[in-house]
Design a protein around this ligand. Sequence first.
Ligand code: URP
Ligand code: ZN
Ligand code: ZN
Ligand code: ZN
Length: 527
Amino acid sequence: TKFDLVILNGVVVTASDIGKFDIGIKGHTLTPSFSAEEIAGAEIVDAEGGMVMPGGIDGHVHLCQDLKTGPLGLGGECADNFETGSRSAVCGGTTTIITFATQTRADEDRSLLKVVEAYSARAEATGSYIDYGFHVIIVRDDEDVLETELPVLVEQWGITSCKLFMTYETMRLQDYQLLDVMLAALKHSITTMIHAENGEMIQWLTEKLESKGMMAPYYHALSRPQSVEGEAANRTIVLAELIESPILFVHVGSSASAAVIRAAQTRGYPVFAETCPQYLNLTWEDLKRFHSPTCFENSKMICSPPPGPDSSDQDSLYLGLHNGTFTIFSSDHCPFKYDDPHGKMVGILEHEPSMRGPSREDISFPELAHNKVGSFRMIPNGIPGVETRLPLLFTRGISTGRITPQKFVELTSTNPAKLYGLYPRKGAILPGSDADIVIWHPEGTLPPFTLENKHLHHNVDYTPYEGMKFNNWPRYTILRGKVMWANGVLLGKPYDGEYLKRGPNQLGKGVAHFKKDPRRVAAWVRE
Ligand code: URP
Ligand code: ZN
Ligand code: ZN
Ligand code: ZN
């Protein structure tokens, strides 16, 4: 037979088009639109009028980061490994994730190559349900390492993006160091991703809050007013522009930062930006959702940057998705269990040693947590969301008319593929593309339902979206021609996913447009 699998009766959506096409899959790759005689003998998936899209690509997922390589330098351990994290992803329509291999300031972690090798071993230890690639987090500016190792990362590993931090004491780079690493990355066609928050403002505000006893999770947001993000975004653009490097802002959480980004884009500066579900669906109010503003349980909602003050901020971010300010929409899935000494409870354990039981391992915390405050400073930052990313944006974006289905595909699949050098193998429905597909329930056939954490497939004991109404969910997820998730049943296996070597950013450098300084540093510094 010509095809192994065919998808019939779907409304195919790409980043540019929407229409009724059939899709044929042979082996790992697909062909859009074919004639009836070619389907003989093939397995059939009937989309019954549901939308058929390229599989979701989540360019921002934290897995297997522990105390030492914590995303935060705060302690805490990711609750999800490659098996559980990718399982959760595939059940929510995602077929590719990019996760973070993290350098630390410890001398044994100086080598980025060693860090990547160790991290890769973690992925291989459990296997991934879906395809995966790595970013590297760089926390020091050793010129010898950058010079010798960046090219190897690109050539041997296909790692073409690095993340830099402006906050977190154990991870942040000074402006001098940011310039060093950004320039080295630029020379090797590596995309620089930036966590833009002003670390010193946060440190100062945190000390002030603590001195007044304002340490409950709720105050996390007070330690990070929007100017913290706005200032850092502005400074980043100034630094990037000095050497004419494109820059990618990850997890943009505020309208302040979005406005700075938009302004730079308007004058032609090549700025890419990512926002995430938490900023479109949560607000500061959610930091007092549980019991009372001082209850430790609100630590479930702590992430950095924090969600904005109210729904008007959400509206600005939705507008940014619609109007192109944001290039991609990722989860920033950073899974910490709540009731766990390696999860959010680190915030109590580290702060209140007297409350530790006989050992960290065998205490149960809910009582403790309700009665004691801990300190937001010590609470690991991050919330889970790899599985809810697409259905949330479908429900609150497509169904409300705030974004078109094509824009949805652009933000969740096609642009991440282009930005991270995976297109057109990924993020496309083109002849020869990987047969990675998500198929939604036909409109109106899935009664709106209320999400509970028990529906999800991550290894986290809560979801920030508990109780939220959803009106659609991926009905099928297909990875390289294999049906992985169908009508609520997980069919895939942990080693179905493969490591992806990536190429450079395909969205262009775009440095031709903005007005250059006549004494251009870029004219001589790159040699
Ligand atoms: O709070 C967050 N965003 N945690 C994840 C780590 C990071 O900075 O992306
Ligand atoms: Zn970050
Ligand atoms: Zn993150
Ligand atoms: Zn409570």
